[in-house]
Design a binder for this molecule. Structure first.
Ligand code: CO8
Length: 263
């Protein structure tokens, strides 16, 4: 089933795999600028995939030229702060962390401003070697608004993040990888296949354990180490309530592949 949207394409099942969905930002004429309509469709699509028990992994991507070149400047240029509050423009962004399934950002081309922030909101990024990241808002008289000053600083460290936020200069996929912003750089033309293979690795694991692992890693950003370790331990114990933990460990001991049911 592939649902139709105006500003995104949602392919599910993806490459015949019922555990993987691929969502493509689809406003190529404006380098996938993130309009409020696009963001609403993206969140609606993510929640429909979240609610589908077959889906285990989501890939979010753009096209060869751009993942996304930021929020839609044409839509923002005349906005007042009150317009933005009344439109509740950040509501969709605030909903992204509610998705418990892993989301992989597959980035080719520009990931700028809100585009960089959207990629950083995903669970990890695989970048094609053509990818260009940046927070260029300073060049248009504003600053990052959807997490750029926070997530980029956590990923790159203060000095590099400050450099990029204050100068608006872009950085390439290799620099992003060196800094840990990107999990892996691959040739641009193999990005789709490499990302699919990464998604397959996750889709073949126990879904409950995957969700608990995602939650525990994310907790490390919000909690001091002692509480984070306790959180992790509780999630570790919780996996032992799942059928899949028994299956995974038995399969290892019986030297066969595990057959995970998501239970
Ligand atoms: N918004 C709207 N339109 C855009 C955007 C954008 N962010 N980026 C590119 N476009 C449009 C261009 O206007 C152009 O349209 P047209 O063909 O009609 O003239 C088309 O896309 C192609 O762009 P260019 O001709 O500029 O292509 P180039 O290859 O010459 O340049 C760049 C590519 C360098 C990516 C350039 O387009 C650029 O600098 N874009 C803007 C990047 C930017 O400043 N991004 C930050 C935006 S602000 C932001 O993201 C804040 C997020 C806060 C969260 C929001 C929550 C509500």
């Amino acid at each position: 089933m592939s649902q139709t949207y105006q500003n995104i394409l949602c392919q599910y099942p993806y490459k015949g795999n019922e555990h993987i969905a691929r969502v493509q930002l689809n406003r190529p004429k404006v380098l996938n600028a993130l309009s409020t309509d696009l963001m609403q469709e993206l969140v609606d699509c993510f929640f429909s995939l979240e609610d589908n028990p077959q889906v285990r992994v989501i890939i979010l991507t753009g096209n060869d030229r751009a993942f996304a070149a930021g929020a839609d400047i044409a839509q923002m240029v005349e906005a007042s702060p009150i317009d933005q509050i009344q439109d509740n423009r950040f509501r969709t962004w605030k909903q992204l962390p509610l998705i418990t399934k892993p989301i992989i950002a597959a980035v080719n081309g520009f990931a700028l401003g809100g585009g960089c922030e959207l990629a950083m909101s995903c669970d990890f990024i695989i970048a094609g070697d053509s990818a260009k990241f940046g927070q260029p808002e300073i060049s248009i008289g504003t600053i990052p608004g959807a997490g750029g000053t926070q997530r980029l600083t956590k990923a790159l460290g203060k000095s590099k993040a400050m450099y990029h936020v204050l100068t608006g200069e872009m950085f390439d996929a290799y620099e992003a990888e060196k800094a840990g912003l990107v999990a892996k750089v691959v040739p641009a033309e193999t990005l789709e296949q490499e990302t699919f293979e990464a998604a397959l690795l996750i889709a073949n694991k126990a879904p409950v354990a995957i969700k608990l692992a995602k939650e525990a890693v994310n907790a490390s950003f919000e909690t001091p180490l002692k509480e984070g370790l306790e959180f992790e331990r509780r999630n570790f114990y919780l996996t032992f309530a799942s059928v899949d933990q028994k299956e995974g460990m038995k399969a290892f001991l019986e030297k066969r592949s595990a057959d995970y049911k998501g239970l």
